[in-house]
Design a binder for this molecule. Structure first.
Ligand code: CP
Length: 317
């Protein structure tokens, strides 16, 4: 693993290695996330061209817990506002001796573009690109599911809401498929589902009450209005009526089902407060686990690079 741009094509053993490594960063007695010296002397730059609360902050915390030197560019006051291109921004930051970039951008493919243009020793992590992928979010979601429910292969998982515009859902479906979840359901109106969703290996439901029957995990996603043509944005009231997760609807899932949401949540639109704050919700635990999972991804990538460099040095001797 040189970069983490998508989960597509990742082998199950690699995904499990990330989850196991994340587990090793959590103190089993206190549940606190450890501070370790694994990335001491490495420089990581966070470039968030789109707003973020959870991903940006947990990446920054993870980098500090790995003892890396970190910089987070304030895009609003950066020279991008004077017309500097993405590529020139990248090359200038690379000239400041970055070892790794964490990038979020509104354009699908932005992280791939970065990865194609960085120096060979520099790594790129995708923190969300357009509608394409949000791999570390899906990894922390898998970590949370495994923590709460054990092995994923025996589980029925329902993902509900705006499936079409969600990079999180694309990555979640890939992760659940790699981990061989028993059944993946997507639930939403036709207008918010991709064409031919069955090709993704999922079961499609338009009726939330039908789709929730007997599931182990319920994942809600918000309406991604910023990626929709304004005429297609559904009324929030109508959406809640048809697809909002209420206590009554949640009762259709298994009694011990967990409720997840990548955030930000929109209370009263896709989820009722009683559910978001209820006993079955693990939404805030997802956030905490995001630190350990991001530590795992960054440390594995750097450790692979160090091993490769050592092998190459030995071959040259
Ligand atoms: N889940 C997620 O990506 O949240 P943020 O937009 O706050 O980073």
């Amino acid at each position: 693993l040189k970069h983490l741009l998508t989960l597509e094509g990742l082998k199950q053993q690699h995904l499990l290695e990330i989850l196991d490594t994340a587990e090793s960063f959590i103190d089993p007695n206190s549940n606190k996330i450890k501070k370790v010296p694994l990335l001491r002397g490495k420089s990581i730059m966070n470039l968030f061209f789109e707003p973020s609360t959870r991903t940006r902050t947990t990446f920054e915390i993870a980098e500090k817990r790995l003892s890396a030197d970190i910089e987070s560019l304030d895009i609003q006051t950066s020279a991008t506002k004077k017309g500097e291109s993405l590529l020139d921004t990248l090359w200038n930051l690379q000239a400041m001796q970055a070892d790794m970039f964490v990038i979020r951008h509104a354009e699908s493919g932005a992280a791939h573009f970065f990865a194609q243009h960085v120096a060979p020793h520099v790594h790129v992590l995708n923190a969300g690109d357009g509608q394409h992928a949000h791999p570390t979010q899906a990894l922390l979601d898998m970590f949370t599911i495994r923590k709460k429910k054990g092995d994923i292969f025996d589980l029925k998982v329902a993902i509900i809401g705006d499936i079409l515009h969600s990079r999180v859902v694309r990555s979640q479906i890939q992760a659940l498929s790699i981990l061989e979840a028993r059944e993946i359901r997507v639930i939403g109106p036709k207008t918010l589902l991709p064409e031919n969703p069955e090709a993704l290996g999922v079961h499609v439901y338009h009726d939330i009450e039908e789709g929730l029957q007997d599931v182990d995990v319920v994942i809600m996603v918000r309406l991604q209005n910023e990626r929709m043509k304004s005429a297609l944005i559904p009324s929030e009231k109508e959406f809640f009526k048809r697809y909002g997760l209420t206590e009554k609807r949640l009762a259709l899932a298994k009694p011990d089902a967990i409720v997840m949401h990548p955030g930000p949540i929109n209370r009263g639109v896709e989820i009722d407060s009683a559910v978001a704050d209820g006993a079955q919700s693990v939404i805030l635990e997802q956030v905490t686990y995001g630190i350990a999972v991001r530590m795992a991804v960054m440390s594995i990538i750097m450790s692979n690079a160090a091993q490769l460099a050592q092998q190459q040095a030995e071959q040259q001797e």
